[in-house]
Design a protein around this ligand. Structure first.
Ligand SMILES: [Mg+2]
Length: 257
């Protein structure tokens, strides 16, 4: 593990730490939920007519966020609750069990990193301490990081209940990071980009083809973007290099372990 880093200096500002979101930034995640929703719909069609469109499940999920937080387990409980409601309590124990099994399958699904992720993390981890900031269930997120094989590139993992300005502010304070030294990379404008910009830090948005409805956010297109958008994580090293062409080695042992 690196104990110090050399990296380029940025005019008056200086980038010292890069943080990444995990789900749908480093590895595929949303497709697992989409597939589970389709399976849930198929099961519900045994009880209901074909008009069920999945909205009830989404509403239950959002309503339950304050109870279970984000992640697969809360999603599984929301499927069971929704199934009981939609069938008026008629769903069989066998089908409830099928939903529980579906939840367990999601929890052990293969973790498939997005293209170029490992190469980019490998390159950047030699120059910067990398943080992973993800929301969701602690056990599940730790397990996914382990299964992804990407854990060795990160100096610190933060699994948080919510990604808002309060959370990012706490993380920066905890690691003695000034906002202008901090860059967050993620696929969600709502969770990875806007709260970080609000603190005066930098953010790079890398959209993923599918986005959970809850993470959708409508921005005013008439205003210039205050963040950078890249097509792929593969573009990140080149983008960093272009921003900071003058190299000035800096020693920094924060986050070293
Ligand atoms: Mg994400």
């Amino acid at each position: 593990m690196n104990s110090s880093y050399t990296h380029p200096k940025v005019g008056v500002d200086m980038l010292e730490f890069i943080a990444f979101d995990a789900d749908d930034t480093l590895w595929h995640n949303e497709p697992h939920f989409c597939e589970a929703q389709e399976q849930f719909k198929r099961l519900m069609h045994r009880y209901l007519d074909d008009s069920y469109d999945g909205n009830h499940l989404y509403e239950t999920e959002v309503r339950n966020l304050s109870h279970y937080g984000y992640g697969v387990k809360g999603f599984g409980l929301s499927m069971v609750e929704t199934a009981i409601e939609l069938t008026g309590g008629q769903i069989s124990a066998r089908d409830i069990r099928a939903l529980v099994e579906l939840t367990k399958e999601m929890l052990k699904a293969p973790v498939q990193p997005l293209p170029e992720v490992e190469a980019v993390l490998d390159e950047l981890s030699g120059d910067y301490p990398l943080l992973l900031i993800t929301k969701g269930d602690l056990l599940d997120q730790e397990s996914k990081l382990l299964r992804s094989g990407l854990g060795e590139y990160f100096h610190h993992l933060e699994v948080v209940s919510e990604k808002d300005t309060h959370t990012y502010s706490r993380i920066l304070r905890c690691h003695r990071i000034y906002p202008q030294e901090f860059l967050m990379v993620g696929n969600s404008l709502r969770s990875d980009i806007l709260p970080v910009l609000e603190l005066g830090a930098q953010a790079i948005h890398i959209p993923y083809p599918q986005t959970w409805a809850y993470e959708h956010i409508q921005l005013d297109d008439s205003k210039p973007k205050s963040y950078v958008q890249l097509e792929s994580i593969a573009e990140l090293p080149e983008w960093l290099e272009a921003q900071w062409s003058e190299s000035s080695p800096v020693q920094d042992d924060r986050l070293s372990a």
